[in-house]
Design a protein. Structure first.
Length: 443
């Protein structure tokens, strides 16, 4: 562990720390010079907020708050006290701005360092960071976290696949931090180039939803390229909360992510009622930052669908854990009246050994009722007989809606070398949103 006293603390010790921090946060915000926070907490008496059990008495934050208060309206400190700002794209045409004090940056680096150790990272590792650098929090988040750990960080950023492979080969990185789709692209190109005998041990993948099937393919692909088995672990975060490092899968027990709740308080709620759901039941993840200075959030509705579990992990960490994100409340597709999460489609695609993992979804809205097309690439020179029909049946069984399955040769579908991969496309006219010459022809 990077911070054993925090990561393995007893529940009474954690609750005591959390209660004090939550009270101090609410008291600070209620008397803040920020008009937003004074209005937002006008009905709250800070003296009545003494425990995590008092969270339901606090109002929610949501992304619209950041848009409405753009750019600095949610600051809880003078702007002159901040040392950095990041941004993510916004649906209103303006980015979502998030600011940090020097202490915030220190916390950011620490929780990412904890995350790297969770994945098996060591202080003397070489860590290759292939997340984008800039306004996106991923690149600089992993960079400063790696340095905080003591690792040698390679700030490769995104794109330039040939250079990435050269650096991975020549500098013999032990860890690779990137989106899962870019990790798959790098593995494909490395295999095609005949690269072998890398020193890689672990991948830290985030910024995109990805499934157990993708994990299996990533680990198998990179293990073939390296001198030892390679594991892929999920890192979770969002810029509005701090960036990557809110939660992390450990090497010992994949499938759930440790939430560093000495900094971020997790709740899982029914998205329609706002009431807490029992541990183990699926709902919307809500987070409160109890140590962030510049731009805290209180009961922030992430829109991410997960479940919560408690108890000591086999790795010894005592933080609560969230299941890997199943989807978002706002990325759900409605196809002929049926709710469809893209993650469910990926699960079926990646379970098919005949496919190479590249896929895209096209929502065809040219008729009154939307139709769904699933495009995927085969891993062999030709399509196995009956594969499209079998995939169609498997998808129909899982989704309760019948999609059209279109298979393509390797390399046909769009790839993303920078940023997040696009999986969902929309068709409103005869123009092919995938940009393929003839999307109706199977390979």
């Amino acid at each position: 562990m990077f911070r054993p006293e925090a990561e393995s603390a007893s529940e009474p010790a954690r609750r005591s720390l959390q209660g004090r921090a939550l009270h101090e946060l609410v008291a600070h915000l209620a008397r803040s010079r920020s008009e937003f926070w004074r209005d937002h907490l006008a009905a709250v008496d800070p003296d009545e907020i003494r425990s995590v059990d008092d969270l339901p008495a606090l109002p929610f934050n949501q992304k619209s708050d950041l848009r409405d208060a753009y750019p600095w309206g949610m600051l809880a400190v003078p702007r002159s006290s901040t040392i950095r700002a990041h941004a993510s794209s916004g649906t209103s045409g303006k980015p979502t701005i998030v600011a940090y004090t020097a202490r915030d940056i220190g916390i950011f680096a620490e929780v990412v360092a904890r995350s790297i150790v969770c994945a098996g990272g060591l202080a003397d590792d070489v860590l290759h960071v292939a997340y984008g650098y800039g306004l996106f929090t991923g690149g600089l988040g992993l960079h400063y976290g790696g340095e905080r750990l003591g690792a040698t960080v390679i700030p490769a950023s995104g794109g330039n696949v040939e250079l990435q492979l050269q650096l991975l080969t020549d500098l013999q990185a032990h860890g690779l931090a990137c989106t899962p789709s870019f990790g798959m692209l790098l593995a494909e190109r490395a295999a095609a180039a005949g690269i072998r005998d890398l020193s890689l041990r672990y991948l830290i993948c985030g910024a995109e939803p990805w499934s157990e099937g993708m994990r299996t393919k990533l680990e198998a692909a990179w293990t073939q390229l390296s001198r030892q088995p390679v594991i892929a672990r999920d890192i979770y975060g969002l810029s509005e909360v701090i960036g990557p490092g809110v939660a992390m899968e450990c090497a010992e027990s994949p499938g759930s992510l440790h939430v560093f709740d000495d900094h971020f308080l997790p709740e899982v709620l029914d998205p329609s009622t706002g009431s807490r759901v029992p541990d183990g039941q699926r709902g919307e993840l809500v987070l409160t930052t109890i140590t962030k200075e510049a731009q805290p959030v209180v009961r922030y509705r992430t829109g991410d669908v997960t479940s919560l579990r408690r108890g000591t992990c086999t790795c010894g960490r005592t933080h609560p854990r969230i299941a890997r994100i199943e989807g978002r409340t706002d990325d759900m597709l409605i196809i002929r009246g049926v709710n469809v999460f893209p993650r469910e489609i990926e699960t079926v695609i990646l379970e098919a050994e005949e496919l190479n993992g590249a896929y895209a979804m096209v929502v065809d809205r040219r008729e009154t009722l939307a139709a769904l097309e699933i495009h995927a690439e085969v891993a062999a020179p030709s399509v196995p007989s009956g594969l499209a029909d079998r995939l169609g049946r498997d998808l129909t069984s899982r989704l309760r809606v019948t999609p059209r399955v279109v298979l393509h040769p390797q390399g046909a579908l769009p790839r993303t070398a920078v940023g997040k991969v696009q999986r969902v496309y929309h068709r409103d006219d005869a123009t092919d949103p995938l940009g393929l010459d003839d999307p109706d022809d199977d390979c």
